[in-house]
Design a protein around this ligand. Structure first.
Ligand code: FES
Length: 166
């Protein structure tokens, strides 16, 4: 006996739903999986310093780091969380890096503010070469120790992390 139209539609919905769940799972895994070490890439010439104003965080995909400016100093901050290696996004609302995996928070210079991370976010050396910000991704410098607040400023707004359930 061949399947009815209703049975075919039900089977189609099940397959479609399964694919959606698989796609959502894969997207979540890609977003949260620990990053591989990206040091050893090379020297990346970027834009002139004025392209990186105070409070901004510009992601550089080739090296998987952010260029930020804090207290008029430029930083190239590795996206890899020093806790367990998750990719850390910059929260525009708070002006801070907020790790989605276990909640570590860092200021715009990558200094540790809160959470389980053992230090601040790691950085690459920044130089100005021929008027352009230039980042050496062959040298990964360990983040500032806990308690370092040389570049700290208050959060400029609310956190991007979901509010805790009360
Ligand atoms: S990996 Fe970022 S806080 Fe754990």
């Amino acid at each position: 006996m061949s399947p009815t139209r209703r049975e075919l539609l039900e089977a189609g919905w099940k397959v479609g739903s399964g694919l959606l769940v698989a796609a959502a799972g894969w997207t979540t895994f890609e977003a949260l999986k620990p990053l591989a070490d990206v040091s050893g890439g090379g020297v990346l010439p970027l834009l002139p310093p004025d392209a990186y104003p105070e409070g901004s965080a510009t992601f550089v995909r080739e090296g998987r780091f952010f260029v930020t400016r804090a207290k008029d100093e430029l930083f190239a901050i590795s996206q890899k969380c020093p806790h367990l290696g998750c990719a850390v996004p910059f929260c525009e609302a708070s002006g801070r890096f907020e790790c989605p995996c276990h909640g570590s928070v860092y200021n715009a210079a990558g200094e540790w503010i809160s959470g389980p991370a053992p230090r601040g976010m790691d950085r690459y050396p920044v130089q100005i070469v021929d008027g352009r910000v230039t980042v050496n991704t062959m040298v990964l410098e360990q983040g500032a120790p806990l308690g370092s607040r040389l570049y700290d400023t208050p959060a400029r707004g609310g956190s991007c992390a979901p509010a805790d359930e009360a």
